[in-house]
Design a protein around this ligand. Sequence first.
Ligand code: FAD
Length: 479
Amino acid sequence: MRTIVWFRGKDLRLADHEPLADALARRGDVVPIFVVDPYFFAPERARELPHRMQFLVDSLAELAENVAERGSRLTFFGGKSVDVVPKLAHAYRADRVVAYRWSEPIGVDRDRRITAALAREGIPFDLFEGETLAKPGEVLTGAGEPFSVFTPFARAFAKVVEIGKPLRAPAALPKAPPVPAGVRPLLTKAPTLESIGVERNEHLVAGGEKASRDRLRRFLKGPAAKYETGRNEMGIEGTSRISQDLKFGTLSARYVWTTAKDALDEHPKAWRVWSNELVWREFAYDVLRVRPSVLTKPFRSAWKGFPWRRDEKAWRAWCEGTTGYPIVDASARQLLAEGFVHNRARMISASFLAKHLLVDFRKGEAHYMKFLTDGDWANNDLGWQWSAGCGVDAQPWFRVFNPVGQGKRFDVDGAYVRRWVPELARLSNRHIHAPWEAPEAELARAGVELGKTYPRPIVDLALARGRFLAAAEGHLAHP
Ligand code: FAD
């Protein structure tokens, strides 16, 4: 029995890796491979996703080392996976190919084509579940329908989904068979940032399985116990920061769930609130699997054809962090600098773009996908559609986050703004979220000159809110 274990970008680990464990259990040859597909790795494409590619490349390098330490080799092949994988299966005379299933349309289509090509050679392509805790289609309403509201989904999830123990990483791997002669293009080593034309950003979180586990451990030993309150404070490290680890699979969802459940045994409230966030991820994946069209269309069809504005100047200000609203600007700058944005800042910022600026939320969604290290089709789309008011379980569309009020409430001492908008750092807590309200003397003392050192607000909040509500009311009355 010879099995090709195809690692893909969402399972970059050895611990709790079911396809690998299954191949090992059959006691034959095991061929670990990774395909460097130009869809992601061509320099012109990789530069479009710099932060995710850095995390991916670093995680891959560590995975290759871990495989080598255990006596095998992770072999890299270049080319489109739809062509390469069937060719490899043939050349290696493989009996089967195994991998984890992907939920995104691009992965579903790729796997359908590869399954068909392998079937022509009589080689099974076995896809394992494990991207999420629930299996696709496992959480359904009493009528057997998918959910489109979170709370009943979460209730049903708790009833039906059984979460088993994660598997340990194998202590040793069988020696990889030699690469068959003539298999091209064989790459001698893992891709590097230089080879894909991406400049390293030292401010991103570290990639790899070990760094991911350490991150989870640090969170569980520290901020987790106070998660119910800490999660909303934008100026502190009150959340786990493991979203990219789940996205790239340096941690399995099952490992995260079971480890945290044990660790938070004495903090049931914190566990309830934090695990609820993991269930949001489950929900986002469920929605994407059932309705992949959400990636291009609003979930609520009444929003089709919504009269978004084209406003290049406002759009640029939102991207660059120069809207004149400190919390919105802080989040834009955090994204560009760190490839991350605090969840509450994401909500405020997304609402501001779609509602106050009336710019199509899909532009913001694409911008986040470009720069977020955790950029994830399912979670990002759910977050954007929720914020714009047109998604599953959307906040009521007429609820418009006030960036000043949100800042005063969830960044009380202005720490988040001070960090990311340093030109305002010397303003008082009272005025840091609304510098235009500060008396001249305070502005002068803090070295702030509105319109010069920091922009004046690009829209009036009340007018912009009214403009959005009128547009939405008009459109939804006659969609
Ligand atoms: P924690 O608070 O520690 O939560 C633990 C884990 O639960 C997260 O790592 C994540 O996997 C999951 N989770 C938390 N909140 C959500 C949520 N609302 N929806 C789905 N899963 C959640 N999350 C992404 O992983 N990728 C994205 O591309 C993404 N884009 C977003 C865009 C917008 C506009 C909004 C409002 C939210 C988005 N989120 C996204 C959800 C959320 O902001 C991040 O998961 C969270 O901020 C990551 O930080 P953390 O790991 O410290 O989270």
